[in-house]
Design a protein around this ligand. Structure first.
Ligand code: PMP
Length: 392
C-alpha cells in the first residue's frame, strides 16, 4: 500500500480549525473606501490600511490607467535584465525626496523589501537585534540572512542596551531592526533612544515605516520625521500599499546603500519589477501626500475622536484599549473564540474590523484602523457596536 505523502496537510488543517486559528478570505466588491460591500451587505470599514483613502482616489486610479496605456500591464522582467521605465526612477526619487535621503529603491512589496535588504546587509558572521513585536517580514528577513538573531522585549531600550553590551563585539556587523509604528498594537518605537544606542555601539539600524509613511510627521514623511530622527543615518524601509494606496515596497537611505542593494538584494534582482500601474499610482499618491496635508489632519482628527469615544465608553470597552499613538487602535479580548464572535457580531451590525488571533499576535484582539475618509457617525456606530458586544 502506498503512503499518501500529502496526507499530513489535511491533518494539519484540522489542527488549525480545532485551535480556532483557521483563516478564510472574504470577497469585497467595488472600490476600497470607508464603506465597502461584502456579500451584498454595506459595511463601515475599520479593517483597511488605506489610512488616507487613496486606494480609491480617482487621481491615483487615473495615473495607473495612463501608465498602463503608455507602458502596458507588466514590467516583463527583472529591472536589471529587462530595464525599467522612467516612472520607476521617478518614484524612487520622489520617495527619497519625501524621506530626505540620497536615494531609494523600489521592491515589488514591502515584504520583499525587508527580505532583500536584511539578507543583503548581514550574514553568518553578523548579529541582528530585533524588537520582539516586529513584523513577520523583518523576522523572516532576519532568518533568511543567516545572522545570529536575538530579540529584545517590546520597546525595551535597556534590554537592547544589555544585548549590545553583551554580544556586539563578538560579531562583525550588527543590525538593529524595529518597526516605527507597531502594526498589531499601534504604539511607537522609542526611536531616538534606539538611534543613540545604534550610534554608540556602531550598529546599522533598519526601521520599518510601513504604517508611518504618509501618516506621521508635518510633511507626511513618517514616524522618523515625527520622532525627530530625519538625517540620522537610518535605513528606512516602507510600503506603497498602506497610506499610499498602491502596491510595492521601498528602502530609502544613502546613494551607496541603494546602489549596493541593486547589486546584492536577491528579492530585487531575481524578481520582476513593479508594474507600471502600481508605480504610477504610488507616484501620484506621494504627490497628493505632498500637496494635501489636510488629509493627514483629517485622519488625526478622526483618530482623536474615536479614541475619545472609546476612552469615555463603558468600562468593559474602555479598559480593553491598548496604548496607541497611531491610527491603529486595538481592544484586547480573552481568547480566539471571543475575538471571532465579536468580529462576527460587529459584521452583523454593519461594521468591519480585524479580528486578530495567535499566531499573528501573542493575544487575541480587535484591530481597528482609522481612515481620513471616515465620518464621525462611522466612529459612533463602531463604539455602539462594541458596547453591545463587550458587556463584561
Ligand atoms: N512591514 C509592516 C510593519 C507591515 O505591516 C507590512 C504589511 N502588513 C509589511 C511590512 C509588508 O508590506 P507589504 O504589504 O507591502 O508587503
Amino acid at each position: 500500500m502506498s503512503i499518501n505523502p500529502y496526507g499530513w496537510i489535511e491533518e494539519s488543517l484540522r489542527t488549525i480549525h480545532r485551535a480556532k486559528w483557521y483563516r478564510s478570505v472574504q470577497e469585497i466588491m467595488g472600490r476600497p473606501g470607508a464603506v465597502v460591500r461584502i456579500d451584498g451587505q454595506e459595511l463601515i470599514n475599520f479593517a483597511s490600511n488605506d489610512y488616507l483613502g487613496l486606494a480609491g482616489d480617482s487621481r491615483v486610479i487615473a495615473a495607473a490607467i495612463e501608465a498602463t496605456q503608455l507602458y502596458g500591464t507588466g514590467a516583463t522582467g527583472s529591472r536589471l535584465i529587462t530595464g525599467h521605465r522612467p516612472i520607476h526612477r521617478e518614484l524612487e526619487r520622489a520617495i527619497a525626496a519625501l524621506k530626505q535621503t540620497e536615494d531609494a529603491i523600489v521592491f515589488s512589496s514591502g515584504y520583499l523589501a525587508n527580505l532583500g535588504a536584511i539578507s543583503a546587509l548581514v550574514g553568518k558572521r553578523d548579529l541582528i537585534l530585533s524588537d520582539q513585536y516586529n513584523h513577520a517580514s523583518l523576522k523572516n528577513g532576519a532568518i533568511l540572512s543567516g545572522a545570529m538573531v536575538l530579540e529584545y522585549a517590546h520597546g525595551d531600550v535597556e534590554g537592547l542596551k544589555f544585548l549590545l553590551e553583551s554580544y556586539r563585539n563578538a560579531y562583525r556587523r550588527c543590525l538593529i531592526l524595529t518597526d516605527t509604528v507597531f502594526s498589531m498594537d499601534g504604539d511607537l518605537c522609542p526611536l531616538s533612544k534606539v538611534v543613540e544606542l545604534g550610534e554608540t555601539y556602531g550598529c546599522m539600524l533598519l526601521v520599518d515605516e510601513a504604517h508611518g509613511t504618509g501618516v506621521f510627521g508635518d510633511r507626511g514623511a513618517g514616524a522618523v520625521e515625527y520622532l525627530g530622527c530625519t538625517g540620522r543615518g537610518l535605513i528606512q524601509m516602507g510600503t506603497l500599499s498602506k497610506a499610499l494606496g498602491s502596491l510595492g515596497g521601498y528602502v530609502a537611505g544613502s546613494a551607496a546603500l541603494v546602489d549596493f542593494l541593486r547589486n546584492r538584494a536577491g528579492s530585487w534582482i531575481y524578481t520582476t519589477g513593479l508594474s507600471p500601474a502600481d508605480t504610477a499610482a504610488g507616484l501620484e499618491a506621494i504627490a497628493i501626500v505632498n500637496q494635501e496635508p489636510q488629509r493627514r489632519a483629517k485622519l488625526w482628527q478622526n483618530v482623536k475622536y474615536l479614541k475619545q469615544l472609546l476612552v469615555e465608553s463603558v468600562p468593559s470597552v474602555a479598559s480593553r484599549l491598548l496604548p496607541s499613538e497611531s491610527p491603529i487602535l486595538c481592544l484586547q479580548v480573552p481568547d480566539a473564540q471571543t475575538v471571532l464572535a465579536v468580529g462576527e457580531g460587529l459584521k452583523a451590525a454593519g461594521i468591519l474590523v480585524g479580528a486578530v488571533r495567535p499566531p499573528t499576535v501573542p493575544t487575541s484582539r480587535i484591530r481597528v484602523t482609522v481612515m481620513a475618509t471616515h465620518e464621525k457617525a462611522h466612529c459612533e456606530r463602531l463604539v455602539e457596536g462594541l458596547q453591545s458586544l463587550l458587556k463584561s
